[in-house]
Design a protein around this ligand. Structure first.
Ligand code: URA
Length: 192
């Protein structure tokens, strides 16, 4: 949705972005965060997972998806045979919104340059969008349930949309969908 990339891929790096995010003051989320959460994983990752925003535990630890939603993600990554150490995980916004509210479009836009640079450097084979906020911000998509579980090609990139793992906390029936999607994603990535 808001891709602008002023940075030269050859001189930019995941470490450089990390240090910029850690000291970022571009929006007011920097005033309430404990730790910024740039992302976790290596630049060689074939899959990138993009969630919404850090939550309480992530804010305390500076690592994405380590709270309840993270435990759910870990469970299904394991079932799908996807090794967490081989993927890159990040969020649309890198700081926790107060009380875990949805990040505003303004906050998403302000933070987007970091994500767009991460995508540019990693150049993953598949970008997995976790949940509505990520789907809307990156593909301007609306219905997750109509678009999930398949590859969507856009601007020479392959996206795979699925539900946000936190949705399973409130609706256990969604776990079947998440499991199916991640198993399919695991198969795709092993054959790419
Ligand atoms: N939810 C997200 O979207 N991201 C996290 O890092 C944790 C929970």
């Amino acid at each position: 949705m808001f891709f602008v990339n002023k940075h030269d891929k050859n001189i930019d790096s995941i470490e450089q972005i990390r240090s910029e995010v850690l000291s970022c003051t571009l929006c007011n989320l920097s005033l309430t965060r404990i730790k910024a959460v740039p992302g976790e994983g290596t630049p060689q990752s074939k899959i990138m997972f993009i969630g919404e925003a850090p939550g309480f535990v992530e804010d305390n630890m500076g690592i994405p998806f380590v709270g309840t939603a993270g435990k759910i993600l870990d469970k299904y990554l394991k079932i799908a045979g996807i090794n967490r150490s081989e993927v890159f995980i990040t969020n649309i916004v890198k700081c926790r919104p107060p009380k875990n509210r949805v990040p505003s479009v303004e906050e998403q836009k302000t933070c987007f340059d970091y994500l767009s640079r991460q995508i540019n450097i990693i150049n993953p084979k598949i970008i997995c969008l976790l949940g509505r906020v990520s789907f809307e911000a990156i593909l301007s998509g609306s219905s997750i349930l109509q678009n999930r579980g398949k590859i969507i090609e856009r601007n020479n990139k392959k996206y795979f949309v699925t539900i946000h793992p936190a949705a399973i906390i409130y609706n256990k029936k969604l776990s079947d969908i998440f499991e199916k999607d991640l198993i399919f994603l695991g198969t795709l990535i092993r054959n790419i």
